[in-house]
Write a protein that binds this ligand. Structure first.
Ligand SMILES: [Zn+2]
Length: 277
């Protein structure tokens, strides 16, 4: 295997979502809601700065008509942005990185909380996504009801590159199929030059409980809890093989800790954001 091209892995939080616990844990009957962080990864690599996922599309949250049209149809998930204009711009600035420094974007899937800020990069950077994900998102008649907002990604300026199943995208960056949550969902193994590594599940499992208790995600598109659980188990197997920890996709405890461990500061949750819930 060639030496990893990844010098450093920088976890980012680009906002939050207030949502039923049952959306993360299939069969959950608690009736509880959680506030989960919106995750992304910034990778410092030999080929430049790489992002995995880009967070939400801020104008669709700030404009009341767009909000109603898009998030309003998206059930009980309430998006919450950090203070500031653009969460990605602000998160990168913490590391002295600018939008124009990003040379590649990999997307775990096309949900609005992962692919929403693509417009900031249009025509400037190549974007990789699983082909099955793209085909679903571009051809299904109602992706908005499933949290995929076509306005986020149906952009002729984007230079798409397609992933067809498990692949090493660059030395140290391995993407693998974990369908269920969405048709072409992908998780990632990232290993640095120092040999440190993680398995980033993304939405194959939002929470630590998904893996510890082996529970399918609650949110499944054109799929079954059996397939969701198979992807949970696949993440666990790969993590065990590689000897790397699993980072669940939206875990409210794991992500802030990971950011602090990397030497960063998680954004502050805006006071009063949940007052009208
Ligand atoms: Zn998702």
């Amino acid at each position: 295997m060639p030496e990893s091209s990844v010098r450093r892995v920088i976890p980012l939080i680009l906002g939050w979502e207030h949502l039923p616990r049952a959306f993360s844990l299939h069969g959950d009957q608690s009736g509880e809601f959680l506030v989960e962080p919106v995750p992304a990864l910034l990778l410092d690599t030999d080929d430049g700065w790489t992002l995995i996922d880009v967070g939400m599309n801020a104008p669709l949250i700030r404009d009341p008509y767009l909000y109603q049209r898009l998030h309003g149809r998206n059930g009980l998930i309430r998006p919450i942005l950090p203070a500031g204009d653009e969460a990605v711009v602000d998160a990168l600035a913490q590391w002295d990185v600018e939008i124009g420094d990003i040379t590649r974007i990999y997307l775990s899937h096309l949900h609005n909380d992962h692919a929403g800020s693509l417009r900031l990069f249009e025509a400037k950077v190549p974007v990789w996504v699983n082909r099955a994900e793209y085909d679903y998102a571009m051809t299904h008649p109602g992706p908005e009801q499933h949290g995929m907002f076509r306005i986020d990604y149906d952009d002729p300026e984007i230079e798409w590159n397609f992933i067809y199943g498990d692949v090493e995208l660059a030395p140290g960056i391995f993407a693998f199929d974990t369908p269920g949550h969405t048709p072409g969902h992908m998780s990632f193994v990232i290993e640095t030059k120092d040999g440190e590594g993680w398995v980033f599940a993304y939405d194959a499992g939002d929470l630590t409980e998904n893996f510890e208790q082996e529970i399918s995600p609650g949110g499944l598109i054109a799929s079954t809890p059996e397939q969701g659980l198979a992807s949970v188990m696949r993440v666990k197997e790969i993590a065990a093989e590689r000897g790397f920890p699993i980072i669940p996709g939206h875990d409210p405890v794991v992500w802030p800790e990971l950011i602090r461990k990397a030497g960063g500061t998680p954004p502050e949750f805006p006071a009063g954001a949940l007052e009208s819930v």
